[in-house]
Write a new protein. Structure first.
Length: 185
């Protein structure tokens, strides 16, 4: 590439019947000025390109940092969700265990209450049987006592009064028969 310095330093040989030296110098001056301007614009453009390239690199670093931050946030989000799910599962498991324990305790208490009720019913049945036995024993002893009283009454010497004596004897016999029949029952 030809620079303005090349144009400035270029010298031509003089020849007979050649071009006018002033026109060539003027053209070279214009060419030199335009090349200087183009070189200045090119340097300015290169400077701008360099600034833009630096900005692009900075944006790329920022983009990488943002990508890293986004990936980190996603990972952390997944981790938080996983931890929350694990915590929820743990809470559910603990609640289920407590519910099972309460249910087991309720079943145990119910079984204990049922056993206690059975024991109380059995005691009451025993008490009822004992009371029935006592009543039967008392009834038997009462009948035995009546029977012995009747036997005593029957063994007493009879004095007969015709009208009342016969009735008394018949009544004593009826009573003895009735007592004997009831005690057999």
């Amino acid at each position: 590439m030809i620079t303005s310095k090349d144009v400035r330093n270029k010298r031509f040989e003089k020849a007979a019947f050649g071009y006018k030296q002033e026109e060539i110098d003027e053209f070279l001056s214009q060419l030199e000025a335009e090349l200087d301007e183009m070189e200045r614009e090119r340097a300015e453009a290169n400077s701008k390109i360099q600034v833009l390239a630096d900005k692009v690199r900075e944006y790329m670093r920022d983009e990488d940092a943002l990508k890293d931050a986004l990936l980190g946030a996603q990972k952390q989000g997944h981790q938080v969700l996983n931890e929350a799910n694990e915590k929820a599962e743990q809470i559910i498991a603990e609640a289920q265990a407590k519910a099972d324990a309460l249910e087991d305790e309720a079943v145990r208490q119910h079984a204990e209450a049922m056993e206690k009720n059975r024991e109380e019913i059995a005691k009451e049945k025993e008490a009822l049987i004992e009371a029935q036995q006592q009543v039967a024993d008392f009834k038997k002893s009462l009948f035995d006592m009546y029977k012995s009283h009747l036997e005593l009454i029957s063994s007493m010497p009879e004095t007969f009064d015709e009208a009342t004596g016969a009735e008394e004897a018949q009544t004593a016999e009826e009573i003895a028969a009735a007592v004997a029949g009831e005690s057999e029952e």
